[in-house]
Design a protein around this ligand. Structure first.
Ligand SMILES: C[S@@+](CC[C@H](N)C(=O)[O-])C[C@H]1O[C@@H](n2cnc3c(N)ncnc32)[C@H](O)[C@@H]1O
Length: 360
């Protein structure tokens, strides 16, 4: 039977075009946020009241014409308030999100490595053909700084005061003096925060990214903490002799090519009464649930293709879990398979992550 000829609904096409260009708008405004952060424009606007382009250009030492165009783009995106007479203001809320690096709501760090993230798009067509992804180091040194600045606000505001006290017996061990490791430590911000709070404990960071490790050592020097040692996990692996009282993995198991191997290594490395704190993306158990209930679903799967799944497929036989792939059921299954017997879920003031306290 011949199917009915379809009639084109021009209103629907128009709406679809607007929907598509909304993403181009997001991408271009993202580029402007990157520039505002990199050039110190948000920091110059912080607490300065309503400025003209001329005033902001003089404050930052930049060219007025370029600053004027940037300001207009920011007002169009409703990131700055236009107060009339050519004046633009960063609101108090905007300050916390775009200018104040130490605020828990700071988000501009998430735009730090935008150029590197978009640059890998050139290499991803090949990855789609071969199935092999790119490691974290493909984003270069700025990629490691970008991950650091994206995730650091939570570590600085919540890890020591909010999360650790909720874990059974961990704080008293760290206070007395213990041995702890952060696997997939990146630029080391979590470890350095813990090392400052618990000077009697020896902390060890493991990562395979040379850029992240060199940034971690630089961060350690700047913080002046002595009780942290960073290890290249490729040549100096996590020791399997049950020496660690406390192990953490923050937002990295879903990025790993072989998370099962790392989870088994953590099981061998941890003391019988030790604790492992896992932070990973709070993905829903099924794609359908993510589609319906996760407002960040499109961004999460896109980041997965550009970074997380790519990294998790960067070695032969990679698991390729991807950004939303280390869900609670997966976490329970993989930790149980490695010999862990206790599993408690926590929520620690983070809309993106779930936290699991796992014990032998
Ligand atoms: C999203 S980053 C998170 C870094 C850090 N935990 C943080 O929260 O800032 C993921 C990290 O996992 C690291 N990684 C991937 N596979 C690894 C492995 N097999 N062993 C150790 N680290 C690994 C990457 O190099 C990267 O630094």
């Amino acid at each position: 039977m011949a199917s009915e000829p379809q009639t084109l609904d021009f209103e629907k096409i128009k709406a679809f075009v607007e929907h598509v260009f909304g993403f181009l708008s997001g991408a271009t405004v993202s580029g402007m946020i990157y520039l505002g952060d990199r050039l110190g424009l948000y920091r110059a606007l912080q607490g300065a009241g309503a400025l003209t382009s001329d005033e902001l250009a003089r404050k930052t030492g930049l060219s007025e014409r370029w600053v004027r165009e940037w300001l207009r783009a920011q007002a169009g995106a409703k990131l700055l308030d236009y107060t009339g007479d050519g004046r633009f203001e960063l609101s108090l809320e905007g300050t916390f999100v775009l200018a104040e690096e130490n605020s828990p709501a700071f988000a501009a760090g998430g735009f730090h490595s935008l150029p590197q993230q978009f640059a890998v798009l050139e290499q991803l067509p090949q990855a789609f053909k071969t199935g092999v992804g790119l490691p974290y180091d493909a984003f270069g040194a700025e990629g490691a700084v970008g991950v650091e600045r994206f995730l650091a606000p939570w570590f600085r505001a919540f890890l020591v005061p909010v999360a650790l006290p909720r874990l059974d017996g961990v704080v008293s061990k760290l206070e007395r003096g213990a041995t702890a490791a952060d696997v997939g430590c990146g630029a080391g911000v979590a470890l350095i925060e813990m090392a400052k709070a618990y000077p009697k404990t020896n902390f060890h960071g493991y990562d395979i990214s040379q850029h992240a490790l060199s940034r971690a050592r630089e961060n350690q020097r700047n913080a002046g903490v002595q009780n942290v040692t960073f290890h290249d996990a490729q040549t100096d692996a996590l020791p399997g002799d049950g020496r660690f009282d406390f192990i953490t993995t923050f937002d990295c198991l879903h990025d790993m090519a072989h998370p099962d191997v790392v989870i088994r290594a953590i099981r061998r490395a941890i003391k019988p009464d030790g604790t492992w704190l896992i932070a990973d993306i709070n993905g829903k158990p099924t794609f359908e649930e993510n589609l319906e209930r996760n407002p960040m679903v499109a961004m999460m799967y896109s980041i997965s293709v550009m970074s997380c799944m790519s990294s998790a497929l960067s070695e032969p036989g990679g698991a390729g879990l991807g950004t939303l792939g280390f869900t609670e059921p997966v976490a329970r299954e993989m930790t149980t398979a490695a010999g862990f017997t206790r599993f408690t879920r926590h929520d620690f003031e983070n809309p993106v992550n779930a936290y699991y306290e796992v014990r032998p």
